[in-house]
Design a protein around this ligand. Structure first.
Ligand code: SAM
Length: 335
């Protein structure tokens, strides 16, 4: 039974009109991998003023009071946060419509079951290669077997949906498009291929490594229907094309570089330090940590509206291709 009553929801209706429907919360900037397009090395330093558990719960309450309906937990690596299961449970208890999480999967064998029990509905697993050596190289030391064991556990637990995210890097993993697609389809997962974006470390490699989504789809064409790629309403910027052989099977592409999708973006991000950020590609944001630590969800709801006013105009803003994007930390903001 949701704790936020109808009256409170009605009271927040005014805020809802000017606030985001979807929020990504970075639970921690820490990560046990260091993907080449995300971090310069494994020792690039961590923040020390992350929100503690009570503050995080207040933050979640404030977001829902502001009219947010969909929450995604991310990071850094969200499964490294000791608060991850509690945060999902709190969001579920408060009646969040959709609760999802993006992970590198290294801790899923232990955490998939408690997360599902806490109310997690959907999972996105980042998986850039099915080749152990290549996986290790891209992630700077990650063990593919461990991630695949985590994935097997998540499948056994049975989430509403599991998606795979693969950042495609020319000359590195772009020969695996078909292999990853067939692997995903075989296991009931939705494969999604992401253009490397000129954000954080990606800014240094994008010119050499980018494989445009149009090329990705062209290479997968023998497997795909001829329909135009289309977004799922209220499910972010990915565009999907169905399999030529089975309309239930799909491939998604995310075009953060060749076609930024800022217009109509209904997304807000919360950094691991409690800053509300209306766009991944700039450091602009409004602090909500003080309100969260003071246990004041109503103030957080008002801060959401304030942060939302900073949302760049999608008509002229070029998202992750703006020069500011190279300076942000994907880990801290929440990718
Ligand atoms: N640690 C979790 C994970 O690995 O999924 C969550 C955080 S990670 C920053 C979220 C997603 O951002 C991953 O799918 C990752 O591949 C993607 N990502 C990070 N940097 C990127 C970049 N420069 N271009 C495209 N995608 C990027």
């Amino acid at each position: 039974m949701p704790i936020l009553g109808e009256l409170e929801r009605a009271a927040s209706a005014e805020v809802t009109a000017t606030s985001p429907a979807s929020v990504r919360i970075s639970l921690t900037d820490r990560c046990d991998l260091a993907c080449v397009y995300c971090r310069p090395s494994r020792s690039d330093g961590y923040l020390d003023d992350r929100l503690d558990e009570p503050a995080l719960h207040t933050l979640i309450e404030g977001l829902l009071l502001a009219g947010v309906r969909r929450l995604r937990f991310t990071g850094g690596e969200p499964l490294l946060s000791p608060h991850v299961v509690g945060a999902v449970a709190r969001a579920a208890e408060l009646g969040a419509e959709d609760i999802a999480l993006t992970t590198n999967g290294t801790r899923l064998t232990k955490l998939a079951r408690p997360l599902r029990a806490a109310g997690l509905k959907r999972l996105t697993l980042s998986l850039d290669s099915l080749d152990p050596l290549r996986f290790e190289r891209i992630t700077r030391g990650g063990k593919l077997e461990r991630v695949l064991d985590g994935l097997a556990e998540a499948r056994a637990v049975g989430f509403d949906e599991i998606k795979l995210n693969t950042v495609v890097l020319r000359g590195e993993n772009d020969d695996e498009l078909e292999r990853i697609t067939l692997f995903a389809w075989k296991h009931g997962l939705v494969p999604r291929f992401i253009e490397v974006m000129p954000i954080a470390e990606g800014a240094r490699i994008v010119a050499e490594r980018l494989v445009p989504a149009a090329e990705i789809l062209e290479r997968l064409a023998p497997w795909l229907s001829a329909a135009r790629p289309a977004v799922d309403p209220e499910r972010g910027p990915a565009k999907y094309v169905a399999s030529r052989h089975d309309p239930k099977l799909r491939v998604g592409v995310i075009t953060g570089t060749t076609d930024t999708f800022c217009k109509g973006c209904d997304r807000l991000r919360v950094s691991a330090t409690g800053v509300l950020r209306p766009c991944l590609a700039t450091d602009r944001g409004v602090g909500a940590a003080t309100a969260a630590r003071a246990g004041d969800p109503a103030l957080i709801a008002r801060t959401v509206a304030e942060a939302w006013k900073l949302k760049p105009d999608g008509d002229v803003w070029r998202g992750c291709t703006e020069p500011t994007a190279g300076d942000v930390s994907m880990r801290a903001i929440g990718g």
